[in-house]
Design a protein around this ligand. Structure first.
Ligand code: F6P
Length: 297
């Protein structure tokens, strides 16, 4: 399919993929088929289809594979797209703003029940290693406390914040990233691993609800937003960023500048080495979390 401007008319309000692609690991053992490695099959497919360059659109895992394909001689340009916003080499990834707005709207709606029923409501959002969605949605939604993977929490302190919010007659809403965990234990995961060996996270929200209910005597309920955050129509910010990244990725291909990722720096789009894109995850720095902490309790 030739992806010229005509072919992509009308996709701006769509989420997901029009190609049917998804995150997979072509370099994993499972990709070895018929005596051929995933890498060999990729090279063969690109050559037989006459594809000059591969534009890899994704986060840490996808761009990690892209970087390895590049080292193996495939012409690759990377585009940063993940709701996690955790790629070190760009200020923003597209998908993040949409996820934050969905989570913020959910928190806004939960305020009604939290206030009318005098319940503590826990909202579990995505964020395996980085708490960006929790931080932004929590601040935007007026959360009582925000818990992120970067800072293990003290359950006593969380309960103190919740109690205080009840005393001030305003809804206690706790926003927790799926990868957040108490000081005393690791994150909650099930035994299933994905193609990249990551454990499936989830459950910290319910654990918190149980603990809060038991320790404070107040009813506490958990809402897990899950894949709702990753779907539907994108925000204007994400549409503009994705469009600009697309334009610059194609320019890089035309320039023969392979092994780069397009990256947002301030308001400009730059090119950075693909290897830099995933070498370090961008975590929430302590001073950013401290800004949010001012409003806890
Ligand atoms: O990387 C995006 C992301 O949504 C993470 O926030 C989350 O941990 C993970 O993907 C969930 O992946 P899956 O849908 O494969 O369980």
């Amino acid at each position: 399919m030739v992806l010229d401007v005509q072919a992509v008319r009308g996709i701006l309000p769509l989420g997901g993929t029009i190609l049917g692609s998804s995150r997979t690991n072509p370099l994993g053992e499972a990709a070895f088929a018929g005596g051929q490695s995933g890498l060999d099959r990729i090279k063969e497919n690109l050559a037989s289809l006459g594809v000059d360059a591969l534009v890899a659109i994704g986060g840490e895992d996808t761009l990690g594979v892209a970087s390895k394909l590049c080292a193996a001689g495939v012409n690759v340009v990377g585009v940063p797209k993940t709701i996690d916003n955790d790629l070190g080499a760009t200020d923003y990834t597209f998908g993040f703003d949409t996820a934050v707005n969905i989570a913020m709207e959910a928190i806004d709606r939960l305020h009604t029940t939290a206030e009318s029923h005098h319940r503590a409501l826990i909202v579990e959002v995505m964020g395996r290693s980085a708490g960006w969605i929790a931080l932004h949605a929590g601040v935007a939604g007026g959360a009582n406390v925000i818990l992120i993977p970067e800072k293990p929490f003290d359950i006593e302190q969380v309960c103190a914040y919740v109690e205080h919010r009840f005393q001030t007659r305003y809804a206690p809403i706790v926003v927790v990233a799926e990868g957040a965990h108490p000081k005393s234990s690791d994150e909650i995961a099930d035994a299933k691993l994905d193609a990249f060996g990551h454990a499936r996270l989830g459950g910290v929200g319910q654990m918190l609800a149980d603990e809060i209910e038991q320790r404070t005597g107040k009813e506490a309920r958990c809402t897990v937003l899950g894949h709702i955050q990753r779907g539907g129509t994108p925000t204007a910010f994400d549409r503009v960023l994705a469009t600009r990244f697309g334009v610059h990725a194609i320019r890089a291909v035309a320039d023969g500048a392979f092994g780069v990722m397009v990256s947002l720096r301030g308001t400009s789009i730059d090119r950075v080495p693909l290897s830099q894109a995933t070498s370090q995850l961008k975590l929430v720095p302590p001073d950013r979390y401290a800004e949010a902490e001012i409003f806890f309790g």
